[in-house]
Design a protein around this ligand. Structure first.
Ligand code: CU1
Length: 140
């Protein structure tokens, strides 16, 4: 009776080891397949005159990042507040004004988008932290 029990325990132990190895093999196969399936599509190239581009400015550490940005005519710039300090975007140039709204109206995670249709230089500030928190968008 004891021999039979020992054999049963041995079989169970062996079974666990085999099952463990099988699981590892499955994981490896899945990982390889996942890596091979990842294909990077080439970035969409802007047509003549641009107009489909997008750029992002983060508001972090009481600064715009990047504070100097160059885009093409028709590009949309998105400002995103990435900290718990309230900010805003307010400025203009070339006879065009843009504003995210009330002073300090952008909270953590809030976004403001503006599409630049006219070439030129646009200066803007965060009214809460001006003049230290300022930026420029150059539209080509
Ligand atoms: Cu600010």
């Amino acid at each position: 009776m004891r021999k039979w029990l020992a054999l049963l325990v041995a079989c169970l132990a062996l079974g666990l080891v085999v099952a463990g190895c099988g699981g590892d093999d499955d994981d490896d196969g899945g990982g390889n397949a996942g890596g091979g399936a990842e294909e990077q599509q080439p970035a969409e190239t802007a047509g003549e005159g641009g107009g489909t581009g997008a750029a992002e400015v983060s508001m972090r550490d009481i600064q715009f990042e990047p504070s100097n940005l160059s885009v093409k005519r028709g590009d949309t710039v998105t400002w995103i507040n990435r900290e718990s300090v309230p900010h805003d975007v307010d400025g203009g140039g070339e006879g065009v004004q843009f504003s995210s709204g009330p002073e300090g109206g952008m909270n953590d995670g809030d976004r403001f988008e503006f599409t630049f249709e006219k070439a030129g230089t646009y200066d803007y500030v965060c009214r809460v932290h001006a003049p230290g928190m300022a930026g420029t968008v150059t539209v080509e």
